[in-house]
Design a protein around this ligand. Structure first.
Ligand code: ZN
Length: 436
């Protein structure tokens, strides 16, 4: 008989292919046995998951936890706690909006030391590409960054400049040599600046005006350009947070041509519209902006067709004072890392019949594969890290401000009702969240 630190009994395991009922035996942070009726007299701890679903821990490949430097916006402890409460067991922290940004080896070590101390789940760090730091990329790769991030338009923060085309090309050639990957915020700087100046001069403060100043075609223009650069440099590219399925067309064409491209969207583009932005105000402001109800539906159809690879929360918090007042001046970023799975289960599984396996794929298996961590991460299987989110699909709850673990308890989902609640999160065999 084998000894276990933890056995999860009677749960339904959600894999990217199927659902299967089994017990899961965990020892030293790893899944060592999966089977019907694992003998539990040698287990230190038992969780009865009868009627509950065991998702592979969510991998959030896109968060901004702001530490060091802007830890009053969020922090690695509060951020990782929020993720754990939402079923996540691994995150990749973006190189901005912490200060210093992760664009040098020194800044990497500074953030890494804090994350090691404070994060309650696993993490990796993104490195940044900004004008003038090409010489740092190799050192950052040696430090172990998960990839590199660049902005094609204004990042909204002065210490992280957007990459001009020459910087992008140089960086992509280098990143290809390093066998790493470039993540891009793809909006045209020229188009968004030009149109934003126009609405600023009209003082048009409506949600629709803001959305129109950052139109879908500005995303398409930037995506087409980065795809051409990917072809020229052979650089692997990950396009983050597309707001519309129209942006997918050039990406799918490039993939068919054999370019190594992946694409992300976020829970807010799958659940909120420009009308919500008008009603809720700056709490729902992000870039690219929220679109129409039709765009939300079209993105879900793209998920059904497996045209979107990864869901990232793009958790981009700020101080409450930065979310007050004028929509045009407010901080552009949505706090959402705690609610990803609940949003996807409610909007995808319950409202649109998207399979649980598809959700496990885009939230865990796919990011693990894309970033070279599979099957150690991204799968509930023997030999994998014991990273598991135990979910009650039928439990209905209305999100309250005090449920949030964010440093600043701001969310466009406060007051919204979801079916699908994370009950327990296990990160490398350790219970990091429990709602029982
Ligand atoms: Zn972001």
């Amino acid at each position: 008989m084998r000894e276990f630190d933890l056995v999860i009994k009677n749960g339904i395991i959600v894999s990217e292919e199927k659902l299967s009922k089994a017990d899961v035996g965990i020892k030293d942070g790893k899944i060592i046995e999966i089977g019907i009726h694992i003998k539990t007299n040698q287990a230190n701890q038992i969780i009865d998951a009868d009627g509950l679903y065991l998702f592979p821990g969510i991998i959030d490949s896109h968060v901004h936890f702001n530490e060091p430097g802007r830890s009053e916006w969020e922090g690695l402890e509060t951020g990782s706690r929020s993720l754990a409460a939402g079923g996540a067991t691994l995150f990749f922290d973006m190189p901005l909006n912490s200060h210093p940004p992760t664009t040098t080896e020194q800044a990497f070590h500074q953030k890494d030391a804090i994350a090691t101390e404070k994060s309650i789940i696993d993490y990796r760090l993104w490195g940044g590409v900004v004008p003038g730091n090409i010489a740092e990329l190799e050192k950052l790769a040696q430090c172990g960054v998960i990839g590199f991030k660049a902005f094609m338009s204004n990042s909204g923060i002065d210490d992280f400049q957007s990459a001009d085309d020459r910087t992008l090309l140089k960086a992509m050639k280098k990143i290809a040599d390093l066998h790493s990957i470039l993540a891009v915020h793809a909006e045209s700087d020229t188009i968004t600046e030009f149109l934003s100046e126009e609405i600023n001069s009209l003082s048009d403060n409506t949600a629709l005006a803001f959305s129109n100043a950052r139109p879908i075609f500005s995303e398409i223009e930037a995506v087409q350009r980065i795809l051409a650069y990917a072809e020229a440099t052979k650089c692997k590219v990950h396009i983050v947070h597309i707001s519309s399925s129209q942006v997918l067309e050039p990406i799918l064409t490039a993939k068919r041509k054999g370019l190594d491209i992946s694409v992300e969207t976020c829970p807010h583009y799958l659940s909120l519209t420009v009308d919500d932005l008008e009603e809720l105000g700056a709490v729902a402001k992000c870039a690219p902006p929220l679109r129409s109800k039709q765009e939300v539906d079209n993105l879900w159809e793209a998920i059904r067709k497996e045209e979107i690879d990864v869901i990232g929360s793009d958790h981009s918090p700020s101080l409450p004072s930065m979310k007050n007042g004028n929509l045009l001046e407010a901080w552009g970023g949505i706090s959402g890392c705690q609610t990803t799975l609940s949003v996807l289960i409610e909007e995808g599984y319950w409202q649109r019949g998207i399979s649980l396996s598809s959700l496990a794929k885009i939230t865990s298996a796919n990011p693990a594969k894309r970033f070279g961590l599979y099957p150690n991460k991204g799968s509930v299987s023997i030999g994998s890290d014991a990273d598991i989110a135990i979910v009650n699909l039928n439990e209905k709850f209305t999100l309250k401000k005090e449920d949030l673990y964010y440093k600043n308890k701001i969310s466009p989902y406060i007051g919204k009702t979801f079916r699908g609640k994370v009950k327990t999160t296990i990160s490398r065999g350790e219970i990091v969240y429990s709602a029982f």
